[in-house]
Design a protein around this ligand. Structure first.
Ligand code: PTJ
Length: 260
């Protein structure tokens, strides 16, 4: 399948390039077919943000990094969309946070697992959890294939970063006493409304911004991390996200709208 060349001067260059990465990922079996639909839903919410990271999202990202730095055994759960959109950045973030990568898929198949493993290795990953049957464990609360987790990873971790999540797993992980950090452009998704830390931003911007924040915070003591963590409230930040979107729409609705 040939890659489509997007002209650099196209006004929607970045958005179209990301789409191409997702489509290419689907042909390589990295992305599930439903991943294209999930991406479209994300794009619609990104329009409401103005396709930029607003101040509340930067605070959500700080909250997320602090939560993962404070954790004993943080882990990053990788699905197809994440692997297709920002593999290198995810590998860098994992190394900085000391968080291994675990492949954990909703639409699970060996073919997809191997395709995602290759993408992550090409992006610089050393250890990838979630594939070795000797370390298979199950989360009983979950009925679908995402219940199969790694005993060295999600199963024993105290903090799971699950970007672009499909819904009920965040609840199950929280019931098991784990902190759940997510990135989801929809502030009203089940995952956003359940997670310990919900980042309402595009993963494409979020992961690089979290890398920068991690570099700034990595030398903080556990006591300082704990003190800073007290300044954040997930529900309030989600309310800010909704207010930002609605006020932005209101401002647009009363402005000179048409493109010249
Ligand atoms: O690779 P698999 O098999 O594990 O499947 C992955 C998908 C994403 C297909 C699966 O988890 C799924 O169906 O997810 P949902 O229920 O569609 O939820 C995905 C959420 O991610 C939605 O709320 C979207 O708004 C959001 N989203 C999509 N693209 C982005 C995003 N959030 C942040 N950045 C994006 N680029």
């Amino acid at each position: 399948m040939p890659d489509h060349e997007i002209p650099k001067d196209h006004p929607r260059y970045l958005s179209l390039t990301i789409r191409e990465a997702i489509i290419k990922g689907m042909h390589q079996k990295v992305v599930a077919e439903a991943g294209l639909i999930a991406h479209g839903r994300g794009e619609a919410f990104d329009y409401l943000l103005g396709e930029r990271s607003p101040p509340f999202a930067m605070r959500q990202q700080e909250f997320a990094v602090l939560t993962m730095l404070q954790a004993e055994n943080p882990i990053i759960s990788v699905n197809g969309n994440l692997a297709a959109m920002c593999p290198e950045e995810t590998v860098v973030l994992g190394k900085l946070l000391n968080a291994p990568l675990e492949i954990n898929l909703f639409y699970r198949s060996q073919e997809r697992e191997q395709a995602i493993k290759k993408t992550l290795i090409d992006a610089g990953a050393d250890i990838i959890l979630g594939l070795d049957p000797d370390y298979q464990d199950t989360i009983e609360e979950l009925s679908h294939l995402r219940r199969i987790v790694d005993s060295r990873g999600i199963s024993t971790s105290d903090c799971v970063f699950v970007p672009l999540e499909d819904g009920d797993r965040a609840q199950a992980l929280k019931r098991l006493g784990k902190s759940v950090v997510t990135v989801d452009l929809n502030p009203l998704s089940r995952t956003s409304l359940t997670a310990t830390v919900s980042i309402t931003n595009n993963i494409i911007r979020s992961v690089p911004e979290m890398i920068k924040i991690t570099k700034d915070m990595t030398l903080l003591s556990k006591t300082e991390l704990k003190k800073r963590l007290e300044q954040y409230n997930n529900e309030k930040l989600l309310q800010e996200a909704l207010l930002f979107m609605s006020e932005r729409l209101k401002a647009l609705a009363t402005s000179d709208l048409m493109l010249k």
